[in-house]
Structure formats: structure tokens, C-alpha cells
Unconditional design. Structure first.
Length: 417
């Protein structure tokens, strides 16, 4: 029991005893001394009560912080014990799952339909050590979104928000109206008329399935042991990350691919600027200014840029006349972050060679684009393809989609030579 509560109860008892004694017309000497003793104890308890409240206030705040973060840490502890190795052995030998792995798989089965064995996205994190049956590495706090899984991916570094969707579709309402404020011209005059607040939905739909097929030989299953854990994680993480980055920016919207930023620019209203000249800071700066005047960015440090390595090669070799400063030096001195990728952007074409670049910014905490993933990864075994050699052929299926938020948070530059 808290000290403050104990003191409060004692104070109540003292008041009751004092009320009985004070009500007597002719108290005895012992009763008079008792009243003096109780009165002294009451005043002493008031001091102790204030001290107890001060002490317990700090304890309450610490307990509150503990309660607020406990669920995240418990989820982390649970996920850190998930062993992909157990799933592989179950598919290969029929071994039963146990521990955290069995608990997570059973929980995921109750949340959605999986043809094979479900794997949570958090399980594909590249961990600092092998997950062993006798002990797990230090837990990492993981939010219920999947961006930490692809923390090194181009999509994440360009500000994309990757979220996990349970079932169904998810829509993001984006404000499209231009609500303005106005002053009253006279003392009795009206302010500017009402403006309709309109929105436009940007849906994420489970129409696109990504598959990764892995072949694990019988020797690898018998020889690798716990090392198989990290090997599967690295390969599956790398394959999904590469395909995801390419789809976010270059997805065609056909043949099963989601619609990427380039293909969907016209539909989403993303501004495309044809530079058709050598890449320099002046051309990029004008687009940054457009971000700022559109209230999407407060300054160049809020803007991220995605470009091909060939653009960096050209800008870093282009010196400002009479100085040792290159166009690249001017770019990185002002821009918030530059990401280079040969996978997320198409290879240069034409004569002279021309490439494209993308600028994004996060406005008001809203990401420039969203990547949705439905449920977890469905791991399915093919029992026939490698039956003769005793190998394990597994297919990992993931359902994903891409959409943008406000179109003013993304701009495309084409014709960078």
C-alpha cells in the first residue's frame, strides 16, 4: 500500500478519536494528554503526507512510462525469438514449432488466411547475431509498421511510409481544396466567403502479389544449423527490398506490378519538369523553390533527391568557372539528402545520355508516398520440385501496393544529361 494512503487512513482515525474526546465537557487528565498527543501526531502526519505525495508522484510518472512502452517491448521480445530456421525445418521435416515461433504463427493464422506458414515482416530484420534456441540477441524495439525492415532501402530513405494492412483496402483522404482567410473590409463587413473543404482518396488495394522462390539443399539444412537463420533472412530481405524499390518508382501498373511514381505521375498530378540540359544545381534549385512556394517544404534541407550514379559522376566533374567548387558540392551543401540508385531509376538513354531524378519532401508529418503490405509473408513449400535430391523449395508470397499522398510533395526531373 502507498505511504500516502496509509497516512490518510491514520489521519481519519485520529479525527474520529479527537471528535470523541472533544465532545466531553470535563475530560480527565489522561484524555487531555491524549488529545495533545493526537494533535501533535496529526500535524506531524500532514508533513509526512506531503513528502509521500512528492515521492510517489515521481514513482507514478516512472510507472506510467513503463506502462506506455511495455507493449512495444513485449512485442519486441516476442519477435526477437522468432526463428525462421524452425519454419524451414517444419516445411522440410515436419518438425513441430515451439516457443515464440509457434505462438506467433498461431496468432497470425487467426488473423488471416495463409496457405503455408506465415512469417511476420519483423522476422526478416537482419539481426546482430544468430537466433539460437538457448538465447536470443538483445530485443530491438519495433513499431507495428514495416519501415524498419527496409531501413536501408531507397523507398525508406526517400521518406516513404511503409504500413501493414490487416485485411481489405485502405484509403488516404488528401485535401484538395484551397481554403483561404480574409479580412473584413469594414467594421460591419463580412470576412471572405466560405470555401468548400474537399478531399481526394488515395487507395491502397491488395491487387499485387510479390513472390520470392528459394531453394535450400539437403546439405545446407544438415550442415548450416543456426547459420541458416541469417542466410534466409539476408537473401529474402535483399530480394524483397530490391523488387520493392523498383516497383515504388518504376512499377508499370501492368503485368501484376503496382503503379510506381513515374507511371502514375500524370494520374496523381505529380509535376514533371523537362530539364533537357546538363544536370546542375540551378535546375534543381528551381524545383526546390517550387516546393517552398507550394508550402510543401520550409527550405532545401527538407528536400530529398533520388538520382542515378551517372548524374553524380557528371555533376562532380563539372567545376564552377574560376573555382574548385563543383555542381555536386553546391547540391549537397543545400539539399537535405541525396540517394543514389541504379535499381530504382531507369538506365540513361539517348544521345547525349539522359536520366531522370525525383525530389520528395515530408510535409506536416505526412510522407510523400505510402507502401502497403497485407498481413505477413506466406511461406509455402513445393514438395515435388526437389523431391529427388531431398532439397527444400519454398516460395514466399507478399501482397503490396503503392500510392502517393499529396502530389505537391513529389516532383520529377527528366532529361538530366
Amino acid at each position: 500500500m502507498l505511504d500516502s494512503l496509509k497516512i490518510t487512513r491514520r489521519q481519519s482515525e485520529i479525527r474520529q478519536e479527537l471528535a470523541t474526546l472533544v465532545g466531553k465537557d470535563t475530560p480527565t487528565d489522561d484524555e487531555t494528554r491524549s488529545m495533545e498527543t493526537l494533535d501533535g501526531e496529526y500535524r506531524q502526519n500532514e508533513i509526512r503526507f506531503r513528502a509521500a505525495l512528492t515521492s510517489e508522484d515521481t514513482e507514478r510518472r516512472e510507472a506510467g512510462d513503463e506502462l506506455e512502452t511495455r507493449s512495444d517491448r513485449e512485442w519486441s521480445d516476442l519477435m526477437s525469438g522468432f526463428e525462421i530456421r524452425q519454419v524451414a525445418l517444419q516445411l522440410d521435416e515436419g518438425r513441430n514449432l515451439d516457443g515464440h515461433t509457434a505462438e506467433i504463427v498461431e496468432e497470425m493464422r487467426t488473423q488471416g488466411g495463409y496457405r503455408g506458414t506465415p512469417i511476420p515482416w519483423e522476422a526478416l530484420e537482419i539481426r546482430a547475431g544468430d537466433t539460437l534456441a538457448g538465447g536470443t540477441p538483445d530485443p530491438i524495439r519495433t513499431a507495428p509498421i514495416i519501415e524498419r525492415l527496409f531501413s536501408g532501402s531507397v523507398a525508406a530513405r526517400m521518406g516513404g511510409n511503409m504500413i501493414n494492412v490487416g485485411i481489405g483496402a485502405m484509403e488516404y483522404p488528401v485535401a484538395t481544396s484551397a481554403v483561404t482567410a480574409g479580412w473584413a473590409a469594414t467594421e460591419t463587413g463580412d470576412v471572405s466567403g466560405p470555401s468548400a473543404y474537399t478531399t481526394l482518396d488515395r487507395p491502397l488495394k491488395p491487387d499485387h502479389n510479390l513472390g520470392v522462390q528459394m531453394k535450400i539443399t539437403r546439405k545446407a539444412m544438415k550442415q548450416s544449423g543456426a547459420a541458416l537463420e541469417q542466410a534466409v533472412r539476408r537473401d529474402m530481405n535483399g530480394a524483397i527490398e530490391e523488387a520493392l524499390d523498383k516497383a515504388v518508382f518504376l512499377g508499370s501498373g501492368a503485368a501484376g506490378e503496382p503503379t510506381g511514381i513515374f507511371a502514375g505521375a500524370a494520374v496523381w498530378g505529380i509535376t514533371e519538369t523537362a530539364v533537357d540540359a546538363a544536370a546542375d544545381w540551378a535546375a534543381i534549385r528551381s524545383e526546390v523553390v517550387a516546393f517552398m512556394t507550394g508550402n510543401a517544404a520550409a527550405g532545401p534541407s527538407d528536400v530529398r533527391m533520388l538520382m542515378r550514379p551517372e548524374i553524380w559522376d557528371g555533376m562532380d566533374g563539372s567545376f564552377i568557372t574560376g573555382t574548385a567548387v563543383t555542381e555536386w558540392d553546391r547540391l549537397i551543401a543545400a539539399i537535405g539528402g541525396v540517394v543514389m540508385s541504379h535499381n530504382a531509376l531507369a538506365a540513361p538513354t539517348g544521345s547525349p545520355l539522359e536520366s531522370s531524378a525525383i525530389l520528395t519532401t515530408t510535409a506536416g508529418g505526412v510522407a510523400p508516398f505510402f507502401v502497403g503490405a497485407w498481413g505477413g509473408i506466406d511461406l509455402i513449400r513445393d514438395p515435388y520440385a526437389d523431391a529427388q535430391s531431398g532439397g527444400l523449395r519454398i516460395t514466399a508470397l507478399a501482397t503490396m501496393d503503392v500510392t502517393v499522398s499529396r502530389s505537391v510533395q513529389t516532383r520529377i526531373l527528366t532529361g538530366l544529361q
